[in-house]
Design a protein around this ligand. Structure first.
Ligand SMILES: Cc1ncc(C[n+]2csc(CCOP(=O)(O)OP(=O)(O)O)c2C)c(N)n1
Length: 536
């Protein structure tokens, strides 16, 4: 069988039904094999979007996302998407075409060392040297992408290898020497953690994206409620805990809720679960968890002790560990602590009223009230990300996705397209600023061509809002952040055959949300926002 056809057979074995890509000469044999296959190929308009769409698809479906690009510029355009997925631990397999194997290293047309270039921010990569290895490599790549701490894996395939004939067989089992993620937490460590919690008066659980990727939301809720431990989350942990639970306190970090940060700084035991706890989560605060013994649970041992001194490390799959925790959990004596935090939380809740212009925080609050209980919100980066994170209520099956680790502008539109393709029956909203939108707006064509339905909520503050705000704070002046050359976004959407409406006042929002929700097609809502609107 031709190796390119074998690749498609491997994809079918991995139950891949959709791939996101952009072709070119070095990947043509694979495209020819895809043409003959039942796999759906979504043609993006720039390769970075292929990785972001595959990421949104993976986060929504729970499967590995697949993206494809050609050699040289196609491969380099994938880089930001790969780094974005790596920083957020999203399982992707990226296929790139490479120049002929005999020409590698000679700087021939469209040659780039993509395995070398992505080395620092990819979970694993392969340069195929023998076409016969392809089935094994693909099996391993999917296994590595989705197991342990998920992440992106790259397979770079010289064009001549794609054309070779090989015998196809696909192993059921994977055995990679040196790659054996730990799933089951050490029972001694689990008991130590629970013993330490037993004596605690002010415990706190802090969750990161690991809870969401391990699909451990239900186990977390059950454990928190049974042992009466309040829960805070990082930006990436949003969606890991039902906001309606009396034990949910809020989001920590430099853009987090005051009460959540206070809870961590006053806690006597802090249990971090699937959280990296980098600078944005601690807000750089010296008070961060300063009174607490730290219990750190993570599937990736490299995370333990990296940013936080840890008293009790537990390495393993957080879902498994929570199940074990749950079996042994006892209600703790925390009523006073929980009441203290929930009272503080109540007093901090802002029930916003409509204003005479568009208040983006009110807009997200209102959107949150009208969306389905399994809606997905994909936020871009900047002020819009924080407006969305802080005001979107997450419960039931709702999800919140964003580029938390790398903070990649232009993520939300392509990622939302991937999410909507994975879950065509769920409402998917992409929020973004006018800066981020212009990094990906060309994906409106992908969306139109593939009949994807989104609600696009574009906050137009004529500039790079978050940077502008920081400039005023630090330098009392702005520079290089004004986007006054913006196009008419409604006309731009219209040029793609997409309906849209400009909103100038909060009072108009309810009606326009209603129109967008009931529209059969994608609907773009452009909110005109005061450039001086604050993030918090
Ligand atoms: C690709 C990329 N370039 C630059 C930045 C730095 N940056 C962070 S927020 C921001 C401003 C974003 O402006 P906009 O998209 O309009 O959103 P707003 O903050 O106004 O909501 C910039 C430039 C980034 N995060 N990503």
């Amino acid at each position: 069988m031709k190796a390119a056809d074998a690749i498609v057979e491997c994809l079918k074995k991995e139950e891949v039904t959709t791939v996101f890509g952009y072709p070119g000469a070095a990947i043509m044999p694979l495209y020819e094999a895809l043409r003959k296959s039942p796999i759906r190929h979504v043609l993006v308009r720039q390769e970075q979007a292929a990785a972001h769409s595959a990421s949104g698809y993976a986060r929504t479906s729970g499967k590995v996302g697949v993206c494809i690009a050609t050699s040289g510029p196609g491969a380099t355009n994938l880089i930001t998407g790969i780094a974005t997925a790596y920083m957020d631990s999203i399982p992707l397999v990226a296929f790139t075409g490479q120049v002929k194997s005999t020409l590698i290293g000679r700087d021939v047309f469209q040659e780039v060392d993509i395995t070398g270039a992505t080395e620092p921010f990819i979970k694993h990569s392969y340069l195929v040297k023998d076409a016969k290895d392809l089935p094994r490599i693909i099996k391993e790549a999917f296994h590595i992408a989705k197991t342990g701490r998920p992440g992106p894996v790259l397979i770079d395939i010289p064009v001549d290898m794609q054309n070779e004939n090989i015998e196809f067989s696909y192993d059921e089992e994977v055995n990679i020497r040196g790659y054996k993620p730990t799933y089951i937490g050490h029972i001694g460590q689990i008991k130590r953690a629970l013993r330490r919690l037993k004596d605690s008066k002010k415990p706190i659980i802090c969750i990161g994206g690991g809870i969401v990727s391990a699909k451990a939301e239900k186990e977390l809720l059950a454990f928190a409620e049974k042992s009466k431990i309040p829960v805070v989350c990082t930006l990436m942990g949003l969606g890991g805990m039902d906001h309606n639970s009396p034990y949910y306190i809020g989001m920590i970090g430099s853009h987090g809720d005051k009460v959540a940060n206070k809870a961590v700084s006053e806690a006597d035991v802090a249990v971090f679960m699937g959280a990296r706890i980098a600078d944005r989560a601690t807000g750089g605060s010296k008070l961060f968890a300063k009174n607490a013994d730290i219990i750190h649970i993570d599937v990736d041992p490299a995370e333990i002790g990296k940013n936080l001194g840890t008293s009790i490390p537990v390495v393993g799959d957080v879902k498994n560990i929570l199940e074990q925790f749950l079996e042994m959990a006892q209600p703790l004596n925390t009523d006073e602590w929980v009441k203290y935090l929930t009272d503080l939380k109540q007093s901090g809740i802002k029930n916003r009223k409509p204003s005479s212009n568009v208040n983006p925080k009110y807009a997200i609050q209102l959107l949150s009230e009208v969306l389905d209980q399994n809606a997905i919100l994909v936020a871009d980066v900047g002020q819009n990300q924080m407006w969305s994170a802080r005001n979107f209520k997450i419960f039931d099956e709702r999800k919140f996705f964003t580029s938390g680790g790398l903070g990649t502008m232009g993520y939300s539109l392509p990622a939302a397209i991937g999410a909507a393709i994975a879950a065509p029956n769920r409402q998917v909203v992409a929020t973004m600023g006018d800066g981020g939108f212009q990094m990906s707006f060309f994906e409106l064509a992908t969306l139109k061509q593939n009949k994807v339905k989104l609600i696009i909520l574009l906050f137009n503050n004529e500039g790079l809002g978050m940077v502008r705000e920081m400039q005023y704070k630090n330098y009392k002046a702005e520079y290089g952040v004004n986007l006054s050359g913006n196009p008419d976004f409604i006309k731009l959407a219209d040029a793609y055959g997409i309906k849209g409406r400009r909103v100038l006042q909060d009072d108009e929002l309810k009606e326009v949300f209603d129109e967008a929700i009931h529209s059969d097609e994608t609907f773009l809502i452009e909110c005109i926002v005061d450039p001086k609107e604050s993030t918090l």
